[in-house]
Design a protein around this ligand. Sequence first.
Ligand SMILES: Nc1ncnc2c1ncn2[C@@H]1O[C@H](COP(=O)(O)OP(=O)(O)OP(=O)(O)O)[C@@H](O)[C@H]1O
Ligand SMILES: [Mg+2]
Length: 327
Amino acid sequence: MPEALLEVKELQTSFPTKDGPVPAVNRISFRVGKGETLAIVGESGSGKSVTALSIIGLVDRPGKVTGGEIRMDNRNLLELSGRQMRRIRGSEIAMIFQEPMTSLNPVFTVGSQIAESLRAHQRLTRAEARSQTVDLLRLVGIPDPDKAAHRFPHQLSGGMRQRVMIASALSCQPKLLIADEPTTALDVTVQAQILDLIRQLARRMGMSVILITHDLGVVAEMADRVIVMYAGEIVEEAGAEELFDRPLHPYTIGLMNALPRLHVHQEELYSIQGTVPHLLRLPPGCAFQSRCPAATARCRADKPELAQAADGHKVRCFHPAGKGEIV
Ligand SMILES: Nc1ncnc2c1ncn2[C@@H]1O[C@H](COP(=O)(O)OP(=O)(O)OP(=O)(O)O)[C@@H](O)[C@H]1O
Ligand SMILES: [Mg+2]
């Protein structure tokens, strides 16, 4: 496993509500190696985006990180001031979101927005910033980058806007790129192109990537390691190949079976019924019990820990596939 760039330990993030604090992320731990792509998968509401926002210090108020550590280069990012964190966001960690229109300013040309972010972090003359902007637009595969720099966001297609967002994220040469569903708003061909671009750039720049997606097909293409989240917790973690060869958690298997091109070889094929339970109404025992075909009385009484099942493979389940009962 490569040397760690980022280490998340027991991270806990919650949103206060009138019914009590909603534990959107509940004591999760993981690491991202240098140059490694880690995928975070899980259904809607499982805590993927809140995990990402916790790392870059942008959790929506009144939500708040309430525990744990986020370590990068011998610092705990959670102990940094707002100003120090802003500097890290502009230089070491960058994030791209699903819908670039929300992050691009409609009243400025895309070139001026990238140039501005370049100049915010480096001492550059206007001319230098302009030429680096065109280089970046070329790097992310925008045709005619000289002309494209003068366009406004709405004059570009969704795919081109996402390329601009990637160029803008790369302008600070981040060590870590967090991509939260970067392609779900795009059509399938463009999705593949954007993912390919992220993969190539990550490799070329030795950048680590946290890729958030609910699409396991994307995970198979892109990720070195995968964590599967359910109701704010990690339920399975493994190398990507291992996860697809030997998924252990009934939830992971359900997610895989939901993808026709990825049917895993299981005796019983099932899809996951029901929805993620409300975080304030989690049952005692396993959070997945009400949807799980393997659930027993034990699962309704006790909560399984995330435990090592094989080398580099962890699972939170009393009845992982093919393993019998874990005691
Ligand atoms: N601004 C907020 N206010 C209150 N609760 C929130 C807020 N944002 C997130 N949550 C809570 O955190 C949970 C996890 O949200 P999160 O956005 O991380 O899900 P996700 O896995 O990214 O889902 P999706 O696939 O839909 O993007 C939500 O179900 C909700 O209970
Ligand atoms: Mg999300």
